[in-house]
Ligand binder design. Structure first.
Ligand code: ATP
Ligand code: MG
Length: 418
């Protein structure tokens, strides 16, 4: 029986990370997963494609932590050194792993390409390691369990591309870690909108301060607030005891809660539309397609998103959406009346059950004393009429656009729910 994993740290390998060419999202992803599992992580390292420095980094990390994650550098080229260096750190030899060679060969055959000798390198794995097949690429990952100065240590090697690393972690590494950890955390996420972070904390302050198990902690979000309720269980059979705390949170802040779980606002709205077999179109001015692009990330979005348009220019608002010229003249493009006319016109144009209109001033220029940067008007139109929301959003252009889209979805959500 190997000792439980209580501490872990991450080493991301790649010169492109060091020089700022690639944003290190892998350490962010792994750190979040470790935190959700209650595994403490105190260090993160980035090291270039250099064998000596990588070996030194692995050695010092495995001195401090029970488990070391290594990401990147598992490719077929000469600068991909992670597997060989990790094997050296654990004092293991590399040998050809036949199932991995087969899997790589199959990928090449499927792509109609010839497998070159250097691809064989990706099937060279440390003796006695746990191989992690890669469903989304050629390089398998692996888990090396070894001893260092009499203590149980684990190296977990994962491919660099996030599209390969994330599923490999969730499908294979997470179940492994569950076996190897003694702490069992149960997490419930509560997502809120329409309440500021400080107000939410005030409303829940005594709960945040006094709770020991389960605990509740706030997380900052862009234009929304998230709380994580965490139960520390003794065993997997321990009953879930987060219910009463969730009930108390709902009693105090229920009107702001849009999701208890993992879904984001636009995913909640998408599910509602699908459930009701309803269709949606959107006319976006200041968000310029951002809201529709968010929906586009959801598989099967075409089931409910019929179409939409970017309506920046007044001519587009007039000619495509039928916003009256005198309305634009009198109220301006950033106005409640214009948002309503955009939503109504969009619903007519696309023949959908719901339509959203978004118009505002994203900045940094274009603000006036009456209509400052960050002023956004939102409207949702359906067969029974229109609903609007006006926002004054702080922050830069990206934040104004993001929070505007988020609130457009919230307005739509409330309208659908009635
Ligand atoms: P490949 O077989 O594609 O070469 P690899 O395991 O060797 O994979 P790297 O060569 O280190 O991985 O990186 C491949 C790509 O994966 C990088 O170009 C980058 O786009 C992405 N990547 C690598 N490391 C990270 C990281 N820490 N965060 C985000 N993306 C990363
Ligand atoms: Mg590579």
């Amino acid at each position: 029986m190997r000792a439980p994993i209580q501490t872990a740290e991450t080493i991301c390998v790649g010169t492109e990370l060091l020089i700022g060419h690639t944003l290190n999202t892998n350490s962010h992803f792994v750190a979040r997963q470790l935190s959700l599992m209650g595994i403490n992580s105190y260090y993160q390292t980035v090291v270039g494609d250099n064998p000596d420095r990588l070996l030194a980094a692995i050695r010092s990390a495995s001195t401090r932590s029970d488990c070391v994650f290594l990401t990147g550098g598992l490719g077929p080229t000469a600068d991909d050194i992670t597997m060989a260096v990790a094997a050296r750190a654990a004092d293991r030899n590399l040998t050809l792993h036949e199932p991995s060679r087969q899997a790589i060969l199959e990928i090449f055959t499927r792509m109609g390409r010839e497998m070159t000798d250097n691809n064989l390198k990706q099937a060279m794995l440390p003796d006695q390691s746990i191989v992690l097949p890669n469903r989304n690429g050629t390089a398998p990952g692996c888990i090396i369990e070894f001893e260092q100065d009499g203590a149980d240590k684990t190296l977990i090697l994962l491919p660099g591309p996030p599209s390969e690393l994330r599923p490999m972690f969730l499908e294979q590494v997470k179940p492994y870690l569950v076996q190897r950890t003694s702490r069992i955390l149960r997490n419930t996420f509560v997502r809120m909108i329409g309440i500021g972070e400080s107000k939410a904390e005030t409303v829940l302050k005594d709960l945040i301060d006094s709770q020991t198990n389960p605990t509740i902690a706030p997380y900052a979000g862009e234009g929304e607030v998230m709380f994580r309720i965490t139960q520390l269980a003794q065993s997997h059979d321990d009953p879930d005891n987060t219910g009463p705390l969730l009930e108390e949170v709902t009693k105090r802040a229920g009107e702001y809660i849009y999701e208890v779980g993992e879904r984001k606002m636009h995913e909640v709205v998408a599910d509602l539309l699908v459930e009701r077999h309803a269709t949606l179109s959107m006319a976006e001015s200041c968000t310029a397609g951002l809201a529709q692009s968010m929906l586009g990330e959801i598989p099967g979005a075409s089931r409910f998103l019929t179409g939409g348009l970017v309506a920046y220019a007044n001519e587009v608002k007039r000619e495509m959406l039928g916003v009256p010229a005198e309305l634009l003249e009198r109220e301006g493009a950033v106005s409640e009346a214009c948002a309503i006319a955009m939503a109504d016109g969009c619903r007519l144009l696309f023949g959908t059950d719901y339509a959203v209109g978004i118009t505002g001033i994203a900045g940094p220029d274009g603000g006036t004393p009456e209509k400052p940067v960050g002023l956004v008007h939102l409207a949702v139109s359906d067969a029974n009429g229109c609903e609007t929301r006006v926002m004054r959003i702080n922050g830069n252009r990206a934040r104004v656009r993001g929070v505007a889209a988020l609130n457009a979805f919230d307005l739509l959500r409330r309208r659908i729910l009635g």
